[in-house]
Design a protein around this ligand. Structure first.
Ligand SMILES: C[S@@+](CC[C@H](N)C(=O)[O-])C[C@H]1O[C@@H](n2cnc3c(N)ncnc32)[C@H](O)[C@@H]1O
Length: 250
């Protein structure tokens, strides 16, 4: 674990937390609502009466949906401001307990504590993938599922972008240096950009296998025709996927 890097990453997420929370509605922001949330909830399956860890909960919308579906949720994030906002947004009766934690060190939890683990758009941010996956594996029960989404490693890479013609029409999506694994920054609004790590698909899958997980299903979310009718701007999401979702088993 690189402590200096983690502290800087935490600082930037703390600074961005209020704006992030403002963009997040009941089912997440629009991209999450259309592409991620339905896939995550389908992949995690029946959770009524189960203990679920939401790893990197942010302002907590997914924790609230999981609790609404009958799970007892533990939600962790390394940003104390995110945890504060999530707690503020939680209503009495929702079974959610919040803790501040870095996914690379979940020592406050015991081995095999959770029936299931979910993590939405966090794993690309951790600086030590192996450490985080080992910790998530350790706290998950045997036969339990870990469902997580990340930025698509093939398409959302550092400096990837649309190439446009003179009229501004999108010609194609450009990526380069796919094999060069590296840290990069993502800027949202006027805050200092937050960190993410570009890793290849094989790094993700091989690290999961090495940790002991079995891959059960992979999803590259795309909008349905009905969703495009409702949100025409999502037509563009049929040209390349932005996200990659994994369902793996301990
Ligand atoms: C893109 S947000 C996603 C938040 C939430 N899962 C959602 O879907 O709205 C990424 C979150 O991961 C948290 N995060 C990033 N790296 C982390 C780490 N190493 N340990 C714990 N949380 C982390 C950030 O503070 C932020 O809340």
């Amino acid at each position: 674990m690189n402590e200096q890097l983690t502290n800087e990453s935490k600082r930037r997420w703390n600074e961005f937390a209020d704006d992030y929370a403002q963009m997040t509605k009941k089912y997440g922001d629009l991209h999450k609502e259309v592409l991620l949330t339905p896939n995550l909830l389908r992949l995690i399956g029946e959770i009524k009466g189960k203990t679920v860890l939401d790893a990197g909960c942010g302002e907590g919308y997914l924790s609230r949906l999981l609790a609404g579906n009958g799970a007892t949720v533990t939600a962790v994030d390394f940003s104390d401001r995110m945890i504060e906002l999530a707690a503020e947004r939680t209503t009495e009766g929702e079974s959610i307990q919040y803790e501040q934690a870095n996914l690379e060190n979940l020592s406050q939890f015991t081995d095999s504590q959770f029936d299931a683990v979910v993590s939405n758009m966090v794993i690309q941010d951790v600086s030590d993938l192996s450490m985080a996956l080992n910790e998530l594996y350790r706290v998950l029960k045997s036969e339990g599922h870990f469902v997580f989404s990340i930025l698509h490693p093939c398409f959302i890479t550092p400096e990837s972008r649309w190439e446009k013609d003179e009229q501004g029409e999108k010609l194609h999506w450009k990526i380069d240096d796919y094999f060069k694994e590296r840290q990069f920054e993502q800027r949202f609004g006027t805050n200092d950009p937050v960190f993410a790590f570009h890793r290849t698909v094989s790094t993700y899958i091989n690290t999961l296998i090495k940790t002991g997980f079995t891959v059960e299903e992979l999803v590259e979310p795309k909008p349905s025709r009905e969703q495009i009718e409702q949100y025409p701007s999502f037509e563009e999401d049929l040209r390349k996927p932005d996200f990659f979702v994994f369902k793996v088993k301990k």
